[in-house]
Design a protein around this ligand. Structure first.
Ligand code: ZN
Length: 120
């Protein structure tokens, strides 16, 4: 088990010149998700029709919305964690092994805390 904190300290200030790019990406994604979640929430607040014919269909729709909401909430948590790692100077390094996460990977998954090897 490598001492990841020590590796972070050692590497602080090296590389990761594009941190702002990822910060922008994460923040704009966070804004998007937030807006989507609020839209979902307000739809979930709509009272159900008392008509028995519509009831099953409406409940099915709600499940989809709720799971969308859950996935969105999970992503928001990941993004917030990534922003916190950025503040701590740990962003861009694997939370498991301390290796630098490739820029190609961060471009696709800016909120990932793991390198390709550890995530596999
Ligand atoms: Zn790793």
């Amino acid at each position: 088990m490598p001492n990841i904190r020590a590796i972070y300290r050692q590497r602080k200030g090296q590389g990761m010149k594009d941190l702002d790019v990822y910060r922008e990406k994460l923040l704009s994604r966070l804004g998007e998700l937030d807006a989507r979640l609020h839209a979902i929430e307000s739809e979930l607040d709509v009272p159900h029709s008392k008509d028995w014919e519509d009831d099953a269909v409406e409940h099915e729709g709600d499940e989809v919305l709720e799971s969308l909401g859950q996935a969105g909430q999970d992503e928001i948590r990941r993004i917030r964690a990534a922003l916190a790692r950025m503040r701590d100077g740990e962003y861009g390094y694997c939370a498991k092994c301390g290796e630098a996460i490739s820029e190609e990977r961060l471009d696709v998954l800016p909120d990932t805390p793991f390198c390709k090897t550890c995530a596999a």
